[in-house]
Structures are given as structure tokens and as C-alpha cells.
Design a protein around this ligand. Sequence first.
Ligand SMILES: Cc1cc2nc3c(=O)[nH]c(=O)nc-3n(C[C@H](O)[C@H](O)[C@H](O)COP(=O)(O)O)c2cc1C
Length: 299
Amino acid sequence: MERNPKAAKPILEALKGRYSCRNFTGAPVDDAVLGDLIDTGLMAATGGNLQPYSILIVRNPTTKAELRRLGGGQAFIEQADVLLVFALDWSRYQVYTQQKHAPFQANHQFLHLLIGIEDILCAAQTIETGAYLSGLGACYVGGVLETGSQIARLLHFPQGAYPIVMLALGHPAPGSDHKPTKLPRDLMVFQERYRPISEAEIRRAYDAKYASVDRHPLPLDGAARDRVLEQLLHNLSLTYPESQAQSYLEEIRQSGAYNEAQRRYGVHYGVETMRRRGHETLTGMREMGCDPLKMERDF
Ligand SMILES: Cc1cc2nc3c(=O)[nH]c(=O)nc-3n(C[C@H](O)[C@H](O)[C@H](O)COP(=O)(O)O)c2cc1C
């Protein structure tokens, strides 16, 4: 294939239409197509050419059902024909460095964790892009981190390997091409240096991004309502002084609804929830012989 801007233009235009697909027809993904996608992913950039990851291809319905349960329960996980589990994997290097009498602590180093995750996302996104161009649908699943040690057992991982992200792949069902609004380019992309951005501009941009989902009515049921309010107050209190948190909660109570920012960081990705999930992830990683803070703790 020719490689020049003219040849790339239609491909880039097509890629601007990519979206996360959460509804699949159930038709099988062709083995040769999947093989090509994986081979393309393995050619992605990787820090130091280390390639510290493995990709697990899962098609077995029982295993997929289990991965759905362990990955947050979303229905599309089981519906997808193929699940790709991307794991950070130091196990090969552990063996190889011992064979070569070389030092090795990458499984216990924070920077290696970050670089390994960068590597995985380079490969995963190459596959996601290829899948989209091949007419397939795909959606990442991030909820494998806190259940990682259970997933590791399910898929027979060796010590030194831990799941980072999953990609659900399949043929998209008609009407699955929902494209959420994205932030404007000039709020995220800067020429040469960062530019000052006013608070008003930030507010306008996020209000536009979340315009259609910015009001979440409190549950009508008293007990459910109390639970949400309690969760919001607790999470607000972890950010603001108590009196301010109380007054923000009162605003919510008065209006009978919370906004999208409050839903994201007060309910869905609540501060306390993410703290617990982060703790579970670190515990799971340690169980699998990857303690990413071990070498830095005593520095
Ligand atoms: C690391 C990562 C984890 C994700 N996890 C989930 C997930 O568990 N469930 C889900 O429905 N979407 C998940 N997504 C997809 C995002 O929700 C989606 O990319 C975002 O809403 C933007 O929509 P778009 O991909 O259609 O542009 C994930 C995306 C990434 C990059």
C-alpha cells in the first residue's frame, strides 16, 4: 500500500468515526481477521522493545461469562464473540534474566508498571483501530484491574502476570454507533506551550460535553435516596471542608438532582469507591508477584 497523505486521508476520515461498540450481533469473528489484528498489535511501539505483556484470546462461553462477572457485569462482555485480555507480564523476563545472571526488579517498580501499561495500550489501540477499519466493533473493559488476581487464576496466569485491560470484539449490531460528545480540540491541544484557560471556558466546554446527561434525579425511594445522598456527602467531605460539603449536599437535596460531575466523582467513580478499587488492585498485583511500589517505598 502506498503511504502518503492522499492514501491516508480516507483511512483517517474513517477513523474519525470510531466509537466504542457495546452491542454485538453474535456472529463469529473470522479467525484469519483476528489473527491479522493480533499480529498488527504485536508490531506496536513498546518501551525499550521490552514487550512486557501477553494477550489472552477468550472465546469459550463459560470463560466469557466468568469474565463478565469479574469485569463489572456489563452484558456486552458476554455478547462479544472474542475477549482479548491484555496482561502486564514479567514472567518471561524473570526466567530469562535468571538464565543470564542479570538483575531484575521490573515487576516491583512503579515506572516499569507505567511503561508496561503504556505498551499494552499501544498494542490494544492498534488492534482496536484495526478492528474498526475491518468493520468490527470493540469496547475496552477497565474493570478487570481490581479483580485481576481472580482473572489471573481463571486464565492460569503465571506469577508476574496481571490483567490490565480487556477488549471485547465482535460484529456490531445495527444502531450501536453511539458517539459521545468530545471536548473541543482547542481545550486539549496546544501549540508549543500550554495556554491559560479561563474557568468560564472550562465550564462552557464541559457543560456542552455533558449537556444531554447533566441532570440525575435522586431516587424516589427513601432508602435508595438516603444511600445516594450519604455517598455524595462522604465523597464531597473527602474533597471539601465539612461545612462546604454539607452546603453542596443541601443544593442537591433542594434541586432533587445531582449533576454529571457529581455523578462521575461522587457516585460512579466515587472517591471512596476508587480508593477501595485501587487498594484491591494493589493487593491483587502483590498476590501475583507484582508489587509496583515495592522498590519505591523505602527510597
Ligand atoms: C481503559 C479504558 C477502559 C474502559 N472501560 C470501559 C468499560 O468498562 N465499560 C464501557 O462500557 N466502556 C469502557 N470504556 C470505553 C469508554 O467508556 C469510551 O471510550 C468513552 O466513553 C468514549 O466513547 P467512545 O470510545 O465511543 O469515543 C473504556 C475505555 C478505556 C480507554
